[in-house]
Ligand binder design. Structure first.
Ligand code: FBP
Length: 694
């Protein structure tokens, strides 16, 4: 460097500071990778055994009994200390084993630690054990594409977000051929067991694989992954065995930090409403958690909307001796009215800004949209069955699809075979904007789920909100409240008697925030009010301070929309998720070493202190029920939605009005901070989880 010209690019690039600045790895990453998650005490015993728990019961589905006969009688299995002196146990743990692991579905923070836990434990018991990671999800199993997991590969991914170590995919192993291919791959690798790290659909897949592989002596263990938080397992008696899937906490914290930053920005420049759509597929768990983390002004919980009853409409119908069935459930129009109510009430307190959180799956709880989704599922499934040709390939553009629907509605084409699309449906659907039609007619994912993340839900809702706000504005009902002290000060400066003017133009001249009368909606009507109150002569102009106040009271509704989903899925795991997932990996190993199959590795008591965490296996087959997918009934694990009777929801309902901060109430925003890793943060866990455990 000595001979280099200090102004040269070469000098700059070779400078140690430049090297440090542009390095791929920073100090935080190094610190993260070197963190050792805590181990549940039981895992410090060398050997464990499993203890069947018949006291935990689940209602079984008869279809599951039929299709999963060899694993349906599994019981919940607690992992307890094993007999260190037993040669049998020592041998069972000490044999070299080949294990396979696969990620399935969307990424969730912490997945790498599941592999790390599995790897560490397998190697601890026998360094000759080998772990194979299937690449790009279940496709890796079907196509026999895998890598051997090595120490350096694991070390580079410890405590790091994403599923980049072996990547993921959404392929469903749902046919005889795919089952046979999977078995072939696992046999060729000499696998003793396969660990499927996935959500409800992937664990469903794990159960079918377990059933299929049982005669080949290959065990299959599932691990509950999904940021959506919709895998929760309770027994018939209500004992919570799995309170939350991994990744939920980290994603919720990542979303919440962004949302909280928006509350700060909104409260600073006071001119935008930020509309934040948050992932979660159908369930609103993530939205509820973000609401607690940030205290945003309005958080919509889909499950609550489905439960909505319009009392006023019911009463009105009752008065005429009728029942108005349309009063049950929420419509898009009604929802937009509810949002406007918050906006108008905040504006009255001078706050024409705020933050709204909308769950991605909201549409599934809106009456008219739900009907469309269900009908399209049926139409598309029936078309595919009749034509042996995929609906989306046959009708690639929106216009093609709309044409087909139009023909159906008129009784042409295939209508005789599935007459569920009539002229009224067609008319209603054609009133929706094309971007929205496109979203609703979009392709379902491989598991038959409607792809909510692809639909611009926030746009359709906010368009309706905007439309209704302009009606309210014309009616003089949407106004920004003016602080009384401000009004008085500018009147004083102009030597005008504030009381007289206040009575003439405000509805509430004695309160903190003054609202201009509904009848005053323009400079012309303002002048009329002043003339009528004999404060000015018809030929006089409106006094400038009054004109200024009027202008200030006139709201402009400006929005910024945001989608929080993929970013949070890729976040690094929180301390909670690091510990949780590492122990899930250990649990999976111990279930395997103890011969379990068709079980999902879980940790009980997540809401309690770490030393009370309990690793166990839950029978996946017992969590299954029949659900409509791609127009037909299929056996799948039931998704858990937000329970409106849960502590978390009841608390939310009780405090949300404070967070709305309508009128002169102050904002109550909360700063959750970034996804935390360092420091004593082990006790930091989802707020909803903590509340539900009370
Ligand atoms: P999983 O159920 O596989 O965990 O996926 C969760 C999720 O992030 C949902 O919240 C979201 O609706 C969906 O994945 C998005 O799917 P894609 O990755 O196919 O866009």
């Amino acid at each position: 460097m000595e001979n280099q010209n200090v102004n040269s690019l070469e000098f700059l690039l070779n400078h140690p500071k430049t090297g440090q600045a542009i390095s791929d790895v920073n100090a935080e990453t190094i610190e993260r990778q070197s963190f050792s998650p805590r181990k549940i005490k039981i895992f410090s015993s060398t050997y464990t055994t499993i203890h069947a728990c018949p006291e935990y019961t689940f209602q079984q589905d008869t279809e599951a009994q039929k299709l999963l006969p060899d694993i349906i009688d599994n019981m919940v299995q607690k992992i307890v200390p094993g007999d260190d002196k037993s040669t049998e146990v020592r041998q069972a743990f000490g044999i070299p084993r080949n294990l396979g692991v696969v990620f399935s579905g969307g990424p969730a923070p912490g997945g790498h630690n599941v592999i790390a836990g599995l790897y560490d434990e397998a190697k601890k018991h026998n360094p000759a054990s080998r772990i194979f990671g299937f690449l790009l999800g279940p496709d890796g199993i079907l196509e026999s594409k895998y890598v051997e997991i090595t120490q350096s590969l694991v070390d580079a991914h410890r405590n790091m977000g994403g599923f980049s170590m072996i990547k993921t995919g959404r392929t469903k192993i749902d046919s005889k051929t795919k089952m046979e291919l999977s078995l072939k791959t696992c046999r060729a690798l000499g696998l003793e067991a396969l660990v499927v790290i996935g959500g409800d659909d992937s664990n469903t897949n794990a159960a079918f694989l377990a059933q299929q592989f049982i005669s080949a002596g290959i065990q299959v263990i599932g691990v509950p992954k999904t940021i959506d938080g919709d895998i929760q397992v309770k027994t018939d008696e209500g004992q919570m065995l799995c309170a939350i899937s991994f990744g939920f906490h980290s994603a919720a914290r990542a979303f919440s930090q962004n949302i909280s930053n928006l509350t700060t920005d909104a409260g600073s420049d006071t001119k935008y409403w930020h509309i934040c759509k948050v992932m979660g597929r159908v369930a609103s768990h993530l939205t509820l958690e973000c609401a607690f983390q940030t205290h945003a002004n309005l958080s919509l919980i889909g499950e609550e909307l489905a439960d909505y009853t319009d009392e006023q409409r019911l009463i009105a119908a009752q008065e005429n001796g009728q029942v108005d069935y349309t009063a049950y459930g929420m419509t898009l129009r009604h929802l937009s009215r509810l949002i406007c109510d918050t906006i108008v009430r905040r504006a009255a307190g001078g706050k024409n800004f705020g933050v709204i959180i909308i769950p991605e799956g909201l549409l599934d709880f809106i009456n008219e949209i739900q009907v469309f989704i269900v009908k399209f599922n049926k139409i598309i499934a029936a078309y595919n069955q009749i034509h042996d040709h995929d609906f989306h390939r046959s009708f690639p553009t929106l216009n093609d699809k709309l044409d087909y629907l139009r023909r159906l509605a008129r009784g042409l084409g295939d209508n005789t075979r599935f007459p569920i699309w009539n002229l009224r449906d067609d008319d209603l659907f054609n009133q929706l904007p094309s971007f929205f039609q496109e979203g609703l007619l979009g392709e379902r994912d491989t598991h038959g789920n409607f792809q909510f993340s692809q639909v611009k839900t926030e746009r359709i809702i906010m368009d309706m909100v905007e439309e209704y706000l302009s009606i309210l504005k014309e009616q003089g009902k949407y106004k920004i409240g003016i602080e009384q002290s401000y009004f008085k000060s500018i009147m004083e400066q102009a030597n005008l008697i504030s009381d007289k003017f206040a009575t003439a133009i405000f509805t509430n001249p004695d309160t903190d925030f003054l609202i201009i009368k509904e009848s005053i909606i323009s400079l012309k009507t303002l002048k009329q009010a002043l003339v009528h109150a004999e404060l000015i002569h018809p030929d006089d102009p409106v006094p400038p301070p009054i004109g200024h106040i009027f202008k200030k009271s006139d709201p402009k509704f400006k929005t910024q929309t945001h989608f929080y989903g993929y970013d949070g899925r890729g976040a690094d795991p929180t301390h909670f998720d690091c510990n949780y997932t590492y122990n899930l990996g250990l649990t999976a190993f111990h279930l395997i070493a103890n011969g379990a199959t068709g079980q999902m590795a879980v940790i009980r008591n997540l809401e309690k202190k770490f030393d009370q965490w309990e690793p166990m296996g839950i029978p996946i087959a017992k969590l299954m029920h029949l659900e409509e997918r791609k127009g037909r009934l299929e056996l799948v694990i039931e998704k858990n939605l937000v329970d409106l009777n849960s502590n978390a929801f009841r608390v939310f309902k009780a405090v949300r009005d404070d967070w709305r901060a309508a009128g002169s109430n102050p904002d109550r925003y909360r700063r959750p901070g970034p996804v935390r890793f360092t420091g004593d943060t082990e006790e930091d866990r989802p707020i909803t989880l903590m509340l539900n455990s009370i």
